[in-house]
Design a binder for this molecule. Structure first.
Ligand SMILES: Nc1ncnc2c1ncn2[C@@H]1O[C@H](COP(=O)(O)OP(=O)(O)OP(=O)(O)O)[C@@H](O)[C@H]1O
Length: 284
């Protein structure tokens, strides 16, 4: 991707919604098709012309069945996947193509994943994992130690000294996910894409991580795209919901409206089949 403008032409062209006022992370008319090589060439349209936005200070829940394109959309939003076409606009700066995925893009948008164990290098200590992230985020060498400790404090991995020398496998799943969040926070991102960050965790730990994400979001006025299969988590956390089905956003609205008056048949089916694992009051 390369920076092509500092105006909102892409948004005007596609009508992407800016729910958070001026500052927003917007995707405009994103297309992504995966093509397999070999004799039996197959094409999978993962994202089929999607325009969405996440405002600063807003949590948007993205739900949909397996294979509907949620993770692909999230990776595009975080600059980890270059789409076939479409524009990513971060606070008014539009990015297109491979060369636009710059350190500035990654600094502005960070991502956390379902499996913290897989996203943390097993051969590195927590000190090295976070120290490396701090250096990449531009923290001067003599400030790395205190930045790492502050990040661990912020995510509740305390006292930091007790954890710095450990390897990821010496932490619980919840602690690993907290470290993954600390790594993201070291970049002071304006936006976070959280791809099923709680689904690999026990239910009680899940609630704690949801609370932590909400605290972090409020403290930094961050915009978050929260991807999940679990509608009850979206209800507990998000102000707005996007429902994805076969590569397209089929429903978008304020959380209460989507739950009370689902418009799309797929959303109605999804609501009908979702147990309430995290009632809103428990996650508050
Ligand atoms: N790197 C890839 N190569 C080929 N096909 C891919 C690739 N990544 C995703 N796909 C395909 O694109 C479609 C959308 O995948 P994606 O992972 O975005 O969906 P999802 O909604 O996140 O699913 P899940 O909830 O199971 O993670 C699927 O059919 C998937 O198999």
């Amino acid at each position: 991707m390369s920076v092509v403008s500092r105006q909102d032409a892409a948004d005007a062209a596609t009508g992407a919604r800016d729910a958070g006022g001026g500052d927003a992370l917007r995707l405009s008319d994103i297309h992504m098709t995966f093509r397999s090589r070999g004799r039996r060439r197959r094409e999978v349209v993962a994202v089929d012309g999607v325009s969405v936005s996440v405002g600063r200070g807003e949590i948007v829940g993205l739900v949909g069945e397996s294979g509907s394109g949620k993770s692909t959309l999230g990776r595009v939003m975080a600059g980890l996947q270059v789409p076939d076409s479409g524009t990513v606009t971060i606070d008014g700066t539009a990015y297109q193509g491979r060369r636009g995925i710059t350190p500035g893009f990654h600094g502005a948008v960070q991502m956390v994943f379902q499996s913290p164990a897989a996203s943390l290098n097993p051969k590195m200590t927590i000190r090295s994992i976070l120290g490396y992230a701090a250096r990449r985020a531009g923290v001067p060498r003599d400030g790395v130690g205190s930045a790492v400790s502050a990040a661990l404090e912020e995510v509740g991995v305390t006292p930091p000294d007790r954890f710095l020398g450990r390897f990821p496998h010496e932490l619980s799943g919840g602690q690993q996910q907290r470290v993954a969040l600390a790594r993201a926070l070291l970049h002071r991102p304006a936006y976070l894409v959280a791809d099923e960050p709680t689904s690999a965790l026990d239910v009680s730990v899940r609630v704690q991580i949801i609370k932590l994400i909400r605290e972090i979001q409020a403290h930094h006025r961050m915009g978050i795209l929260f991807i999940t299969h679990d509608l009850s988590v979206v209800r507990a956390l998000a102000q707005r919901a996007l429902v994805m089905y076969r590569g397209d956003i089929v429903e978008e609205g304020d959380i209460d409206d989507v739950f009370a008056r689902p418009q799309h048949e797929y959303t109605r089916r999804l609501l009908g089949s979702t147990p309430q694992l995290v009632p809103p009051q428990d996650a508050a």
